[in-house]
Design a protein around this ligand. Structure first.
Ligand SMILES: [Zn+2]
Length: 258
């Protein structure tokens, strides 16, 4: 059952009177039961774990477990002391958050497939889209987004080949999975009709922001161009923003992309 994923690093947690929200980062021995031991200590002080992640550390044999939890203000010190005494705990950092919006103090960047990732809220993208349209005109902005998209598609293909191998058109499945993992779409599918590719995207962010797709349309063209080694163009023939169930793209060969 798929569902949406709240962002760990910027979040909001309801705090009852007398409680504080604690950001806790534990560098634990990377063994089964380590998180269980730590969470049992938290439970024994009536701490309530609201949101957590576990991730690799740069130290061999040790992994981070990072969580936001609710705990009574007067129990913070004793609970932290007990956690420090656990033999699975190699390092412990904690921060008490008092604001309604909680922004991590313990993480300074987001890593995805070994590279740095950044996030934009779609609200921001609406402003970027409006500003580009004002500066280059509506048609200019569409062309710019498409050209940028084609380049992104070619670059994405090269990087995906590096990660999963040159799977030819099966790479389209990886592209759709990556788009879903990055929150660009809620799902997608593709099929072939002769030389054409029909690609369907559900809940594409760009159409929510801009009312039609040019960046992702370009990306699909660039990606298929790189797979096939000849120029392809992409046309959006159905769009969620126009009331269709999903956005549908026809990606077909041309003599030149531009
Ligand atoms: Zn669309």
């Amino acid at each position: 059952m798929t569902h949406s994923l709240p962002l760990f690093t910027i979040t909001s947690i309801h705090k009852p009177e007398g409680y504080v929200i604690l950001e806790l980062s534990l560098l634990l021995k990377d063994v089964p039961g380590a998180i269980y031991s730590a969470s049992n200590v938290i439970k024994s002080y009536n701490g309530d774990i609201k949101w957590g992640v576990t991730h690799e550390s740069d130290k061999p044999g040790l992994a981070w477990w990072c969580a936001f939890l609710l705990v009574k203000e007067d129990l913070v010190d004793v609970m932290i002391d007990s956690l420090r005494k656990l033999d699975v705990v190699s390092e412990l950092n904690y921060t008490i958050h008092k604001d309604k919006i909680i922004i991590t103090k313990h993480h300074d960047s987001i890593i995805c497939l070994g590279g740095r990732a950044i996030l934009f809220r779609t609200e921001w993208l609406k402003h970027i889209h409006a500003a580009v349209g004002k500066t280059w005109g509506k048609e200019g902005a569409k062309a710019l987004a498409y050209v940028v998209g084609v380049d992104i598609g070619k670059a994405a293909h090269e990087s995906h080949v590096g990660f999963v191998g040159d799977l030819k058109e099966e790479l389209l499945n990886f592209l759709l999975d990556m788009m879903k993992g990055c929150g660009w779409i809620s799902g997608g599918s593709w099929e072939k009709d002769g030389d054409k590719y029909i690609i369907r995207l559900n809940d594409l962010f760009e159409c929510e922001v801009a009312g039609e797709s040019h960046l992702v349309r370009g990306e699909l063209a660039g990606y298929v161009t790189a797979i096939r080694g000849r120029d392809y163009k992409a046309t959006e023939v159905k769009c969620r923003a126009r009331g269709d169930e999903h956005c549908e793209f026809i990606v077909e060969p041309v003599e030149r992309v531009l």
